[in-house]
Design a protein around this ligand. Structure first.
Ligand SMILES: Cc1ncc(COP(=O)(O)O)c(C=O)c1O
Length: 281
C-alpha cells in the first residue's frame, strides 16, 4: 500500500513515526475518513471543512488543508482504487517534540498521514444491525474529530463483546450518537437526531440525511432523543461515512420495527444511495 506521509507518497512499511509524536504520546491530533463511490470522492469539501474546524479548535497550525484533496486523489490513483469503493483516511497531529503537555515552543510542523483502502462492509443493510446503549464516558469536545478515541474504542468493544454492531452513547438521559456513527430515531412519524453541540460529531452523513429529508418531504427535526423514548421509537437508524444509512433493528436486546428495517429508514437509505452515486461534490 502506498501512503502519504509528510509531503511524500511512500510504501506503508517505510513510514517512520517518531516516538515523540504528540499523536502517539497524547492523542494530540485529528483525523478524517472520506469515501468514494465508483472512484469519486463523496462530500470531500465537507470533510475538508470539518478537518479545518478540528485543526482550528485544537490550534494545530501549518497544514495546507486545500492540498489534501489532491493527496486523497493521488492515494486513490497510486493504490489502483480509481474504480472501486474505497475509504480515504487523513490524520494530522501536532507533530513530534520532547514530551511536555503544553504545545512545543518553538512550534514544530504537524505530522500528516494518509492512506486509501478498499471498503469491506461488515453488515447487511437489508437486514440491519443490533446495538446497545452505553453511558457516555467521552470528553466534552466530541465536536472535534480527535484521534483520542479510547472511550469510543471501549464502547465499541463492549458492543463487540455483546455481539452487536454499535454502542449508542447516552449522556444525561439523551441518546447522542454511536461510537462511530450518528444516531437517528423515527418518533411519531418524524425523523429525529440530536442538535449539534459539543457532545456530538457534526457527521457528514447526518447532514446529508437531514437535507434529504427536507428535499423529499420527510418530516425531520433536530431535537433530543431521550433514552426513555427509545422503546417508543418506530424506527432507529445509524448514519456514517462507511455505514451510510443503516437500520438498527434491535436495541439492548429488544426488537425495533419488528426486527427489520422500517419504511422511513429504507427510503432514506435508497435516497442516500442515489444521492451518493451522483456527481461528486
Ligand atoms: C462519533 C462519531 N459520530 C458520527 C460519525 C459519523 O460521521 P460521518 O458521517 O462524518 O462519517 C462518526 C464517524 O466516524 C463518529 O466517529
Amino acid at each position: 500500500m502506498i501512503t502519504y506521509f509528510n509531503g511524500t507518497f511512500v510504501p506503508k512499511d517505510d513510514v517512520r513515526v517518531s516516538p515523540d509524536d504528540r499523536g502517539f504520546l497524547f492523542g494530540d491530533g485529528v483525523y478524517e475518513v472520506a469515501r468514494t463511490y465508483g472512484g469519486k470522492l463523496f462530500a470531500l469539501d465537507r470533510h475538508l471543512a470539518r478537518l479545518r474546524y478540528s485543526l482550528d479548535q485544537l490550534r494545530i497550525r501549518g497544514t495546507d488543508v486545500d492540498r489534501l484533496g489532491d493527496v486523497c486523489r493521488e492515494l486513490l490513483r497510486q493504490n489502483d482504487l480509481g474504480s472501486r469503493d474505497a475509504v480515504v483516511y487523513l490524520q494530522v497531529t501536532r507533530g513530534a517534540a520532547p514530551r511536555t503537555h503544553a504545545f512545543p515552543s518553538p512550534a514544530v510542523g504537524p505530522t500528516v498521514y494518509g492512506y486509501a483502502a478498499p471498503i469491506t462492509p461488515k453488515f447487511d443493510p437489508g437486514k440491519g444491525v443490533a446495538a446497545i446503549t452505553v453511558p457516555d464516558t467521552r470528553w466534552a469536545r466530541c465536536d472535534i474529530k480527535s484521534v483520542s478515541l479510547v472511550a469510543n474504542c471501549l464502547a465499541n468493544q463492549q458492543a463487540a463483546e455483546a455481539g452487536v454492531f454499535e454502542a449508542i452513547f447516552v449522556r444525561d438521559g439523551v441518546a447522542l450518537e454511536g461510537s462511530h456513527t450518528s444516531f437517528f430515531a423515527v418518533i411519531g412519524g418524524e425523523v429525529r437526531t440530536v442538535p449539534l453541540t459539543n457532545y456530538v460529531l457534526p457527521g457528514i452523513t447526518r447532514g446529508v440525511v437531514l437535507e434529504l429529508c427536507r428535499s423529499n418531504g420527510i418530516p425531520a427535526k433536530e431535537a433530543p432523543i431521550f433514552a426513555h423514548q427509545l422503546n417508543q421509537a418506530e424506527e432507529l437508524f445509524l448514519a456514517g461515512t462507511t455505514t451510510e444509512v443503516l437500520a438498527a433493528v434491535q436495541l439492548d436486546g429488544r426488537a425495533v420495527a419488528g426486527g427489520r428495517p422500517g419504511p422511513i429508514t429504507s427510503r432514506l437509505r435508497e435516497l442516500f444511495c442515489t444521492f451518493s452515486s451522483g456527481p461528486a461534490e
